[in-house]
Write a protein that binds this ligand. Structure first.
Ligand code: HPA
Length: 269
């Protein structure tokens, strides 16, 4: 059996239901899993073929249950390229979501603001991305049963889902910035010169995740919504040094409001 099918079979056998929506909870944003009713927890280490998640602020488990009236399957913690995982390991959960029958994937992350109009604590709807990771999860032999060799990337972030997110944010009087997310390999933060270059290239925010998952979702035909929490202004913009602790701190501070937005979107989908 293929890796995707083996992992999907395991989850199917251990989940209380067929999930409707999939969520990936980024750095410091895992608290949303705490709002899930009747939670069933499945650690990644129990799922065949799954690697271990090592990033700080990432629990490393699936949490399934009811959120906003929908059956959701959440990744509380994700796999990053900087942890040393292969791109194929990062794509695996996304393909498993598709195999399980999820109708959409919500990707969340903590990101650095590159756009001067953004502020720390802002929320950003990802409208498109720039893959600056130097790698692509679709490299290697293509499995035509999953998706095409040459995958169209014109609408990676599903326009209809973006409309729902904007509507929900407006109804809650939340400012939802829109922008392009640039995926950077990390784990070092960017230099100020890189940030200036990325701004010139059209980036509004920068982070170390999301892009490989969004590519894998596009490939297998899973609609995607991407949301960033701007935890810091990117290198060289705020006149101070960056730290991972600050990212987690701001994510924890703004987490409850961000989680409310995500929950509202889930309800509306
Ligand atoms: N750069 C890259 N990744 C990040 C940042 C940043 O400034 N903030 C949160 N994740």
């Amino acid at each position: 059996m293929k890796e995707v099918d083996t992992a999907a079979a395991y989850l199917r056998a251990h989940l209380p239901f067929t999930p409707d929506l999939a969520l990936v909870l980024g750095s410091g944003l895992g608290g949303l899993a705490g709002q899930i009713e009747q939670p069933a927890v499945i650690p990644y280490r129990d799922v065949p073929g799954f690697p271990l998640s090592t990033a700080p602020g990432h629990a490393g488990q699936f949490v399934a249950g009811v959120l906003g009236g929908k059956k959701v399957l959440c990744m509380q913690g994700r796999f990053h390229y900087y942890e040393g995982h292969d791109m194929s390991a990062i794509a695996l959960p996304v393909r498993v979501f598709k195999a399980l029958g999820c109708r959409a994937l919500i990707l969340t992350n903590a990101a650095g603001g590159v756009n001067w109009d953004f502020s720390v604590g802002d929320f950003m709807l990802i409208t498109d991305h720039i893959n600056f990771m130097g790698a692509n999860p679709l490299r290697g032999q293509n499995d035509d049963s999953i998706g095409p060799r040459f995958c169209d990337m014109t609408h990676v972030y599903t326009p209809e889902l973006q409309q729902v997110a904007l509507r929900v944010a407006a109804a809650r009087n939340l400012v939802l910035q829109k922008g392009v997310y640039l995926g950077y390999m990390g784990p070092s933060f960017e230099t100020p010169a890189e940030i200036r270059a990325f701004r010139t290239l059209g980036a509004d925010a920068v982070g170390m995740s999301t892009v490989p998952e969004a590519i894998a979702a596009s490939h297998c035909g899973l609609p995607v919504l991407g949301l960033s929490l701007i935890t810091n202004m990117a290198a060289g913009m705020a006149g101070k040094r960056l730290s991972g602790d600050e990212v987690i701190e701001i994510a924890n501070q703004r987490g409850p409001v961000f989680q409310g937005l995500v929950r509202g979107i889930v309800e509306a989908l």
